[in-house]
Design a protein around this ligand. Structure first.
Ligand code: FAD
Length: 419
């Protein structure tokens, strides 16, 4: 048995880890020299930044398990904060250290800046969802869900909409209510720790893919960086990978590439046409991250603040670097980067009072950051019509939107199918 994994993003490295843990030899091929795919380190201005600021939540049980398995200490690599949504001067909601579901009820009922009737309606909404097991008979859009449950405009603006937009990265008029409810079920409505925010204290390649690589190597596997596979072919001796210098055959292949890279890879496997048809129904949404590097520390009053305008959230990346994130498409994408950085800096000054001008900025737009998560959308399964050829990645069928947790879960699912 020899397994080839094409792609060393979080999904591919999760599959490799799970197989290596069971003593199954794997060869991972990664086109880039940096591991992590859409969650990777990007060196700029002398700092290890990322291709985009990421946030994890306590509900990412599978990623946290795999980090432990490969020896990446989540307690030191992630800053764990109780759920807090803060729009300075406008809204503040914080979950107290109380057992679930009290933590959420108290957070909603004591939120500052939300009208009393709206807070009560939000509590009723969560109770209603719980009673129905967070299931909708028919998937609808987030906007319809809000209307159906009579949520107050201010509560939508400062609570539900930011949560939905950051989780699904899809404009709210188009976002799948069912997938949003799945996220609420496993985070806000689960154990208190599940709603904690986990902010990486290191870059995203160091967080998991690189320790996973070391784990795979220790288990006798290989991780071949800078090696792009052009196509996969099926021969009587097994799978043959064009681009693999070893010329070996593999009993199993896991394609762990982003969905928009699948077509060329499987061009010689006509049995995968129905899968490709499904994948090509997907459309994509961007994420913009603007890093602002200051000559000295600029301390935000919280590690994640809602700011609105051209960016949705502002993060304390490190002492002297702030990161502003805008999810999904929107007018912010049309602004010249200097204007965008000016707007964000003005917000920073509003919040902290006095701040020197940033020395440098780095704006990164990932045009196809995630698939657009719409009602009733179909996502391909891990298993394909071709025996021993599997798909993993954040777009593969799951309860979750395109996230790190969806990616690693699909990797683990593929590995278990092979086992
Ligand atoms: C800017 C941004 C912000 C985000 N924020 C969050 C967040 O806050 N929280 C969260 O949970 N998720 C977030 N996400 C989503 C998360 O990053 C993705 O869901 C996840 O990284 C997808 O992982 P993947 O392994 O499925 O795919 P990818 O990361 O795309 O991995 C695919 C890998 O395959 C490689 N590859 C492709 N073709 C070939 C080939 N032919 N041969 C060899 N290798 C190949 C690629 O180089 C890549 O490394 C964000 C995404 C972006 C872009």
């Amino acid at each position: 048995m020899r397994v080839a994994i094409i792609g060393a993003g979080y999904a591919g490295m999760a599959a490799a880890t799970e197989l290596a843990a069971r003593g199954i030899p794997v060869t991972v091929f990664e086109a880039s020299r940096t591991l992590g795919g859409r969650a990777r380190r990007v060196e700029a201005h002398g700092y290890p930044l990322d291709n985009g600021q990421h946030i994890l939540v306590g509900a990412y049980a599978e990623l946290l398990r795999l980090m432990r398995l490969v020896g990446a200490n989540a307690d030191t690599l992630l800053a764990r904060k109780p759920l807090c949504l803060d729009f300075p001067g406008r809204m503040h909601l914080a979950a107290p250290r109380l057992p679930a579901p009290l933590h959420l009820a108290v957070a909603l009922l004591t939120a500052r800046g939300l009208p009393a009737g709206g807070r009560l309606a939000a509590v009723r909404f969560m109770r209603h969802l719980k009673r129905d097991g967070f299931r909708l008979e028919r998937d609808i859009t987030f906007a319809e869900l809000m209307l159906r449950h009579g949520q107050h405009e201010t509560v939508i603006r400062y609570l539900w909409a930011p949560l939905c937009l950051s989780a699904l990265n899809t404009p709210l008029q188009e976002a799948s209510a069912q997938v949003f409810l799945n996220v609420l079920r496993d985070s806000l409505a689960a154990a208190r720790e599940a709603s904690d925010l986990l902010l990486p204290k290191t870059d995203l390649s160091t967080l998991f893919p690189e320790p996973a690589e070391r784990f795979v190597l220790r288990g006798g596997g290989e991780v071949l960086r800078g090696t792009s596979i052009h196509t996969v072919d099926w021969t009587p001796y097994g799978f043959h990978l064009e681009g693999d210098a070893s010329g070996r055959s593999y009993t199993h292949v896991i394609a762990a590439v982003a969905p928009y890279h699948l077509r060329r890879l499987v061009a010689k496997l006509p049995r995968l046409q129905p899968v490709l048809d499904e994948v090509e129904q997907l459309s994509y949404e961007p994420i913009l991250t603007a890093y602002l590097g200051y000559p000295q520390a600029v301390r935000l009053p919280g590690s994640m603040l809602g700011i609105g305008g051209t960016a949705h959230f502002l993060f304390q990346h490190v002492d002297n670097i702030l990161a502003a994130v805008s999810s999904a498409r929107g007018p912010h994408l049309d602004l010249p980067h200097e204007t965008l950085v000016e707007h964000i800096h003005a917000k920073v000054v509003d919040i902290v009072g006095v701040a020197p001008r940033p020395d440098w900025s780095q704006v990164i737009v990932e045009k196809r950051a995630t698939f657009a998560c719409r009602p009733g959308m179909r996502r391909p399964a891990c298993e394909t019509p071709l025996a021993n050829f599997f798909l993993c990645g954040d777009y593969v069928a799951s309860d979750y939107p395109a996230t790190l947790e969806a990616a690693v879960r699909s990797g683990v699912a593929c590995a278990r199918l092979i086992r």
